[in-house]
Design a protein around this ligand. Sequence first.
Ligand code: ARG
Length: 457
Amino acid sequence: MWKGRFQQETAAAVQWFSESISFDWRLYRFDIQGSIAHASALQKAGLLTPEERRQIESGLKAIEQEIDEDRFQFRTDLEDIHMNIEAALTSRIGAAGAKLHTARSRNDQIALDLRLYLRHETDTIVERVRALQRALVELAGKCRETILPGYTHLQRAQPVLFAHHLLAYVEMLERDRERLLDARKRINRMPLGSGAIAGSTIPLDREYVASLLGFPTVTHNSMDAVSDRDFAAELVFAIALAGVHLSRLSEDLILFASAEFRFIRISDAYSTGSSLMPQKKNPDVCELTRGKSGRFIGNLVALLTTLKGLPMTYNRDLQEDKEAVFDSVDQIKLVLEVYAGMIPEIEVDSQQARAAAADPGLLATDLADYLVLQGVPFRQAHEVIGKLVAYSIEQKRGFADLDLEEYRQFSDKFGPNLFTVLDLDRAIDQRTAIGAPARKNVEAELEAWNATLREQP
Ligand code: ARG
């Protein structure tokens, strides 16, 4: 492609070193879409006849079909997807093909391809986030009455509804979805026409190209446009954070499925066995997901590090963006898909969860609140209940097993109605502030999520 100036062939090692076709071939559909739009702009500018434009379009479509059907021969010596497709086109249709690259550089071409590709993939990821939200809401609906201990520091803290715990992840995923859609806005700008760095002396109608490719707007600085990868970094960040959320969900599921907790059973279809220990049923899907968060974060760091310190404008370093971006896109799609299948099949053991939540210590704060309502300042109430807890541990008797006389040794504000505080269901239903897990709140949240998920597929 640059034979004019060069007197020596590229060294074989450099061909292997610098090629990107082994991974950027996946952009072919978008490369072709972009080239067809570019050809239309060339025709509009009077640089292609309608017949030449038609030859280009049908030639490119034939190439696309061959790649679709795995019949296309990619050549490493042609470096990347752009040159592979252009060379094949020119060898087939001749002169018209050789005109296609007019007023275009691979620098603005790759920027366009990557944006088209990521716009498309972002839509798929957003859909899959929705599917996982739907799965979590479905499971939450099935265990809307189940109470389990909520944990801080992985120590039993206060009782919550299992549905409330699951809906916490639905909220996280909603923020992920918003971040993805926000990144999409900045992906969705059309860079073609920026040329290698400074546009072209041949003026093409960039807005026309944008409209053909469904972009609402074009980029406004040619130098920025060929070197900007912010849009990719933002997407990779949004994916990394979603990956972190899914890693946390995985950890909860792994713990809850263990013999120590036994709050859930993950279905056999989503578990694996041990090659050595016949009794084992392992939550490998969760563990792999937890592990992949390392990959997502690694890809983000790799991309940002590649971008850091690049002088203006395009530098070949930017070819190193792709594998990190592709990997994050591929992996998050996989994780979301397998999770959306696994979650609805989870069986919740409500009895076991409730038994754990019946640990009387979980209502210690509620007892302090009881004293507060009798006029005791909270700090004082906290101390009283602390001593009561120590006493109950020493006595090896829970709060419900102590009698009023014993309570009154700690504070004369205790009356016989204190025992109503120790009712677990009542304790949940007393938590009525917005965002707290009273049953009527969780019911309302479930209903709101169901409505949202129904309206926005
Ligand atoms: N394969 C290149 C990349 O991914 C395309 C742009 C090449 N541009 C260049 N001037 N060598 O970045």
